[in-house]
Design a protein. Structure first.
Length: 476
């Protein structure tokens, strides 16, 4: 009897950790179950280990563990399991068993999303509306992040020459600083248009891209910011979906005319007209949110730090964590360097908690956990929160609350110390451009050490409890 052949595609918004952790978990589970598997990863560098048409045709089933668009259209007619990327990490074995047991639903294209060509059909059925919206949003965020990170770091580097060194009229002016600031600023300016464009692209495939980009430009130049970009993306995507329905009766010979002429022209016109109407109220909402968070930050850093820390550590790279991170990047683009400092501190802390725990309570962790914990010193220091997931997955009821408390402490201290972080990623690599760098490191280390000790004692307590149970069994 031949082996069951499964193919998979994994992808997370940042394309850094979750993507590859899910791929690795699926491979390990497949080996354990005696299943042949090939996993395509959609990371930040692009698609790796790409699936061929022949591999898709020969596959007995498909696993999609992704929070972004991975071109699921290819899998029409195949049994498909479509889950968030985090489930691919935590529950890989059961996902594979679903395929083996024949319980996966067959992928059926939805005509609602068929907009361009016959081979660009739709997303799998069975995905909830909420999950579909989240995937569309995260597709935009995924493409936006490199612009934010690249632009933010360049702007931050310009500050090394002096806060006003990019201003030609200031005595501290430096041409290199101006170059860095100008180029980085362009990256930030593209943030909202790219976000909107790729939300629309996720909804309506390639025809949605141009309408989304124009809608995002109107939101950006009109002052509607990040929130306006989200509205523009969804608006543009569904405008193209509507147009595809209206022109669905056109002759097949005119398909090219729709894609190259009708969709771009009408999509831009309708999206642009609607966004012109929406941009003013969205600007008021955007400015109100920025003002509220800024006031909150100054008035009550403890509550703000508690909220940010809890969100960042709750699902470590999942939707709640991303909500805090994306808000931080949006505020960073508006010139608020304080909010992102707390978010970064809260995201750096969870891996460091596990790292300190395995060092301080070494005998209560096995060898593989100790190895992973030491690696988490590096992952945490470079702002990769996902390094804590394997530890949290083993006992989430105990570990996740500890991580949330630790991250909250780090964020609260960061806000209390008025630390400013001008770069949206990089962890301790961006320390040279952090205002209050020593205080920031101290805030993170305090939160991480408290969490590490708490986590270590929880493992010690569990070990003693297990010893008692074993003793009772032997005496019985």
């Amino acid at each position: 009897m031949s082996k069951v052949k499964i193919i998979a595609a994994t992808g997370c918004p940042t394309g850094i950790a979750h993507t590859f952790m899910a791929a690795e978990a699926l491979k390990i589970a497949a080996k354990k179950l005696g299943v042949e598997i090939k996993v395509e990863t959609h990371g930040q560098v692009g698609i790796e280990n790409a699936l061929t048409k022949e591999e898709i045709r020969e596959a007995d089933g498909v696993i999609i563990a992704a929070d972004k668009d991975v071109n699921a259209d290819r899998f029409a007619g195949k049994p498909v399991v479509d889950v968030p990327v985090a489930k691919g990490i935590r529950d890989a074995e059961n996902l594979i068993k679903t395929i083996i047991d024949g319980k996966a639903k067959v992928y059926k294209p939805s005509n609602q999303q068929q907009v361009a060509t016959d081979d660009e059909e739709a997303s799998p059925t069975g995905a909830s509306i909420g999950r579909s919206i989240y995937k569309h949003l995260m597709n935009g965020v995924s493409h936006m992040l490199p612009f934010v990170v690249g632009g933010g770091v360049l702007i931050a580097l310009s500050f090394l020459f002096g806060i006003h060194s990019a201003n030609p009229d200031h005595e501290s002016f430096n041409p290199t600083a101006k170059l860095l600031n100008d180029v980085g600023g362009l990256g930030f300016q593209l943030m909202v248009p790219i976000l909107a464009a790729y939300i629309a692209e996720s909804i309506a495939k390639r025809p949605g891209l141009v309408a989304g980009f124009i809608g995002g430009m109107i939101a950006s130049t009109g002052g509607a910011g990040f929130l306006g970009g989200i509205v523009a993306g969804f608006l543009a995507g569904y405008v193209i979906v509507l147009l595809s329905k209206l022109f669905s009766k056109m002759s097949k010979s005119l398909e090219g005319l729709k894609a190259i002429f009708l969709f771009p022209v009408l999509g831009i016109l309708i999206t642009g007209a609607l966004m012109t109407l929406f941009v003013e109220p969205m600007t008021v909402i955007n400015e109100g949110m920025m003002s509220f968070l800024a006031d909150f930050q100054n008035a009550n850093p403890i509550i703000l730090g508690l909220i940010v820390g809890t969100m960042s550590a709750f699902d470590m790279g999942g939707p709640i964590n991303k909500a805090a991170y994306v808000t931080g990047t949006a505020l960073l683009a508006e010139g608020n360097l304080y909010f992102m400092a707390g978010v970064s501190a809260a995201c750096i802390t969870p891996p460091l908690v596990t790292a300190f725990a395995v060092v301080l309570f070494k005998k209560h962790f096995n060898q593989s956990e100790r190895n992973a914990g030491v690696v988490n010193f590096i992952l945490g220091s470079t702002h990769i929160t996902e390094g804590a997931i394997p530890f949290a997955a083993k006992n989430p009821i105990v570990v996740i609350p500890i991580l949330m408390v630790a991250s909250s402490i780090s964020a609260i201290l960061t806000y209390t110390f008025n630390v400013q972080v001008p770069a949206p990623h990089g962890g301790f690599l961006v320390l040279p451009v952090v205002t209050g760098a020593f205080k920031w490191v101290m805030a993170i280390l305090i939160g991480s050490l408290i969490g590490g000790v708490a986590y270590g004692y929880s493992r010690k307590y569990s070990a003693k409890k297990n010893q008692v149970k074993q003793g009772e069994k032997l005496s019985a």
